[in-house]
Design a protein around this ligand. Sequence first.
Ligand code: NAD
Ligand code: DAU
Length: 337
Amino acid sequence: MVEVLVTGGAGFIGSNFVHHALDAHPDWRVTTLDKLTYAGRRENLQDLDANSRHRFVHGDIADPAVAAPLVRAAEIVVHFAAETHVDRSLLSAGEFIRTDVHGTFVLLDAAREAPRLRCFVQISTDEVYGSVPEGASRETDELRPRNPYAASKAGADRLAYSYWASYRVPVVITRASNNYGPRQYPEKIVPLFITNAIDDQPLPLYGDGLNVRDWLHVDDHCRALDLLIARGRPGETYNIGGGNAVTNLELTRRILDRLDRPASLIRPVADRPGHDRRYSLDTAKLRALGWEPRTDFETGLSATVAWYANNESWWRPIRKDSEAYRAYYARQYTRPG
Ligand code: NAD
Ligand code: DAU
């Protein structure tokens, strides 16, 4: 069996990847290491409890006593664990530095002494390039992160590269665009706006709503990671973009249309500080390996809206019962304009 360690596997992309990996690779045994922060949901992996090829370890990547032995036993590490929400990083950045930078260091340092390790995937993000007024970012472009989350990810991205350059840890770095799909915590724009619309609550659109994001279905992301584990070159970086660039306003309209809710639910609110205007990725390097996104955006968005409509038992407890969620929401959305 191939021993695979997935960090952050109880989160959105991580849980989709764990399911994908176990389905696609009958010879993989997957260990998920996750701290179960507010964004990590044990129930995202509950259906795997009876699967002898999956093991869940509750722990912190920044704790070497827990993380190092798991890394040292692995042949493949896929490192998703991170604090991931830009708005939270703007309110308080400490946990982003602790997990995204220091936690990544702990894993990489352990990877120096992992005798069977053949691939360490560092999940970075297109946010490390900063705002891209025109054209598309290539892997060789300068990094210009502009918010604390993006800067913490850029630090981890370059730290990972340094472990390849210095110690030949077989690091492959990926920079994906905005993901959408099932099981995304309802603070990011897609699940937040879908669940608000279902509840006939206002959709808080930042600024003029004309910022552009490029949407990648999480399944296409998982397939790209699978390919890069097999064929990515150590020390190299690969962009992963969906090729579905839309403004936030257009995205919001499409969500409202699908739920048959009126545009009057759109509530313009104070802009995000330092809000990156546009992200765009050149994905030629990944496509040259044979990958292309399969999920048509219209279809993928409809399926995602349907998933939230059909899985209220997943998100309603977060929104209704979680004091922390409501406190965050009140703090974030009652800022002065
Ligand atoms: P998420 O917030 O849904 O999940 C993060 C997971 O990491 C959670 O399960 C959480 O409990 C876990 N975690 C946090 N701190 C931890 C720690 N110290 N130790 C162990 N586990 C910890 O995030 P996501 O959206 O699934 O993102 C996963 C990765 O992909 C992140 O590295 C993120 O930067 C990157 N990424 C995300 C997107 C996107 O659109 N969501 C796009 C590009 C890259
Ligand atoms: O680009 C990849 C990144 O995508 C990942 O690295 C991050 O982990 C992930 O959170 C995401 O970051 P964004 O900041 O782009 O995602 P978010 O859903 O927070 O915001 C998307 C756009 O929607 C952005 O332009 C801000 C806007 N927005 C967001 C929220 C939460 C709103 O207008 N209103 C909102 O309430």
